[in-house]
Design a protein around this ligand. Structure first.
Ligand SMILES: NC(=O)c1ccc[n+]([C@@H]2O[C@H](COP(=O)([O-])OP(=O)(O)OC[C@H]3O[C@@H](n4cnc5c(N)ncnc54)[C@H](O)[C@@H]3O)[C@@H](O)[C@H]2O)c1
Length: 255
């Protein structure tokens, strides 16, 4: 295989698979032989991703709200039933941002982002990792969480978003330490500015301003699949000595 990744016989569950980075991840994992459960709160987006995959018939698109434990449980069961096995590759890409000033942000607006980005990563990871362990398939299991450079550097007008992403980094490092003995690895990626529907709602002049401290001076393209290729590397056996790592994919973003 051109990429050198071999996910033949493996099942991957990707949250937020209906758009942007999650969609690119589904495409790369399917290209490299995985059977993919494309999970998203937006079922139509998940179905569009499914239609874009090599051999759509061997994959599945499912509704999942990562912030709702029952919904996660149902989508995991449906994955096991339809793909006839347990996912041993997991990518937590579902995420939201809600631009608002810290001084004016409501408690509800704060908690909405926490529920999806941080609690959602916890719920999905816990249910999927326990399923791997119960089925005796933990060895070789791998989880990749999509955090953000904002979690390291902070992001004005997005304090709750940045806080959840910093939380995802600490969550990743903590779980990685606990899970190492089971054979499951957990790592995370810190993307910089990637051109996706999430970025499309941010005014162009703000993006330009942010890119003044970017070495390449431009956003990354999800179709270029640079983040997705890094996800595949972290899921693969090529990265078996990487545990609890936070890898930046930013085009050289210094602030
Ligand atoms: N685009 C960027 O510049 C950038 C930078 C850093 C980090 N990220 C992170 O990358 C991840 C993917 O973002 P993206 O840019 O592809 O955005 P996107 O908006 O294109 O995709 C996010 C997907 O998550 C889904 N989603 C939202 N809430 C959900 C829920 N409760 N349950 C299940 N699915 C849900 C959406 O329906 C959507 O399909 C996010 O975690 C985001 O925070 C993005």
């Amino acid at each position: 295989m051109a990429s050198g990744n071999n996910f033949d016989g493996k099942i991957a569950l990707v949250t937020g698979g209906g758009s942007g980075i999650g969609r690119a991840v589904c495409q790369i994992l399917a290209r490299d032989g995985a059977r993919v459960s494309v999970c998203d709160i937006n079922l139509q987006g998940a179905q569009e991703t499914l239609a874009s995959l090599n051999q759509p018939g061997v994959h599945v698109a499912l509704h999942m709200d990562v912030a709702d434990k029952e919904s996660v449980r149902e989508a995991l069961s449906a994955t096991q039933e339809k793909l006839k096995g347990t996912p041993t590759l997991l990518v937590n890409s579902a995420g939201i941002s809600r631009r608002s000033s810290f001084l004016e942000m409501s408690e509800e607006a704060f908690m909405k982002v926490v529920d999806v980005n941080l609690k959602g990563t916890f719920l999905v990871s816990q249910l999927v990792c326990n399923a791997m362990i119960e089925r005796g398939e933990a060895k070789g299991g791998s989880v990749v969480n999509i955090a953000s450079l904002a979690g390291r550097n902070g992001l004005a007008m997005n304090c709750q978003y940045a806080a959840t992403k910093g939380g995802v980094m600490a969550f990743t490092k903590s779980c990685a330490k606990e899970l190492a003995k089971t054979g499951i690895r957990m790592n995370c990626i810190l993307p910089g500015a990637i051109r996706t529907p999430m970025m499309a709602v941010i005014p162009e002049e703000l993006i330009k301003e942010a890119l003044r401290v970017n070495a390449l001076g431009r956003q990354g393209e999800p179709e270029g699949k640079i983040v997705a290729e890094m996800v595949a590397f972290l899921l693969s056996e090529k990265s078996t000595y990487m545990v609890g790592a936070c890898v930046e994919v930013t085009g050289g973003h210094y602030a």
